[in-house]
Design a protein around this ligand. Structure first.
Ligand code: NAD
Ligand code: LMR
Length: 329
């Protein structure tokens, strides 16, 4: 086992996602069983007592990989020296609440956290945003952290990617292991575009294997895009264990590499690829390695896909304009 612990900061640590995420990280699911991890957990002051209880449970698990836990309500203290920051803490969407309503509520959080990361995080910091609206929260944090390279900020669309894998596997009678090169384009919202036209099922083109455009348009895409809302409707609160699992998948692949012969979906700063406005945090197919990512280039985009990709980009432009109007970026 290496001796220097990796410092992983998690915000919203006393929340629902935190209750799954922290135990997965502490047990080695993110960095491996040979890498000690130090958890640095941020919460708002009223939630610190509950967080103390979670830390007691972490202690009681006696995870060999867990080198230590620090908690606090001051971002400048908690992010100090962090190598990886998973920004989960935010106000979750509840029944009847539109995502736009979240922009203002969450903008202040990500402004302050971007500034704190800029000041005190380690030079190799990587930042993954799970808290909604994730893409625009990442944009706010990125804009408020001018000294951190912009490619270090990503937002989570891996949950959508995983949801799409499961839906496609069920439809095609395959397993998720058989499916490669699936893409979520755009925003982590109902406008996202889950794209199977470049995907493969057992090495064959997924759209051809499905052979049913109506299913793709009327079933697959809406099921994946509205899954978050369906879970809220069923559970009365937003997805938690699956969101934690996707947060782990995304960070692990970012740091350790996406699977050979495949790619993953991750919302990253657009460089204009595929005609998407530069500077948006937009979900693309990416190949990752050693904490870096590259957008997969050269995919053919037909008119159907173009329309969907542009629609979700337009929503992100609206969100960007809204937070610009609020003075957050
Ligand atoms: P939750 O309400 O259970 O927990 C959120 C926690 O964040 C709370 O404990 C709260 O005290 C804390 N918090 C609020 N403001 C904070 C701040 N300034 N600093 C630190 N902590 C703060 O919510 P949850 O179910 O854990 O979800 C967290 C977020 O993740 C929500 O925004 C939710 O919508 C989002 N989410 C995203 C995805 C995705 O795929 N991107 C999936 C599911 C949920
Ligand atoms: C999800 O996708 O499960 C969450 O983002 C729920 C939400 O707040 O939309």
């Amino acid at each position: 086992m290496s001796t220097t612990p990796v410092k992983v900061a998690v915000t919203g640590a006393a929340g629902q996602i935190g209750y799954s995420l922290l135990f997965r990280i502490a047990s080695g699911d993110l960095l491996g069983k040979d890498t000690p991890v130090q958890l640095q957990l941020l919460e708002i002051t009223p939630a610190l007592k509950a967080l103390e209880g979670v830390v007691m449970e972490l202690d009681d698990c006696a995870f060999p990989t867990l080198a230590g836990v620090e908690i606090g309500d001051d971002a400048n203290t908690v992010f100090d020296g962090a190598n990886l920051a998973l920004l989960v803490g935010a106000r979750p969407r509840t029944k009847g609440m539109e995502r736009g309503d979240l922009l203002e509520a969450n903008g202040a959080i990500f402004t302050a956290q971007g500034k704190a990361l800029n000041e005190v995080a380690a030079d190799n910091i990587r930042i993954g945003v799970t808290g909604n609206p994730a893409n625009t929260n990442a944009l706010i944090a990125m804009t408020n952290a001018p000294d951190i390279p912009q490619e270090r900020f990503t937002a989570l669309t891996r949950l959508d990617h995983n949801r799409a894998l499961s839906q496609l596997a069920a439809k095609t009678g395959s397993t998720v292991r058989d499916i490669k090169k699936l893409t979520i384009w755009g925003n982590h919202s109902a406008t996202q575009y889950p794209d199977i036209f470049h995907a493969e099922v057992g090495g064959k083109n997924a759209a051809e294997v499905v052979g049913d455009q109506a299913w793709i348009e009327n079933d697959f895409i809406p099921t994946v895009a509205k899954r978050g809302a369906a879970i809220i409707e069923a559970r009365g609160s937003s997805s938690a264990a699956s969101a934690a699992s996707a947060t782990i998948d995304a960070a692990r692949d970012w740091l350790h590499g996406s699977p050979a012969g495949d790619w993953v979906s991750m919302a990253v700063r657009s460089d204009g690829s595929y005609g998407i406005p530069e500077g948006l945090i937009y979900s693309y197919p990416v190949v990752t390695k050693g904490g870096d990512w590259e957008i997969v280039q050269g995919l053919e985009i037909d008119d159907f896909s173009r329309g969907r990709m542009d629609a979700t980009a337009a929503e992100l432009v609206e969100e960007r304009d809204a937070v610009t109007g609020l003075g957050l970026i």
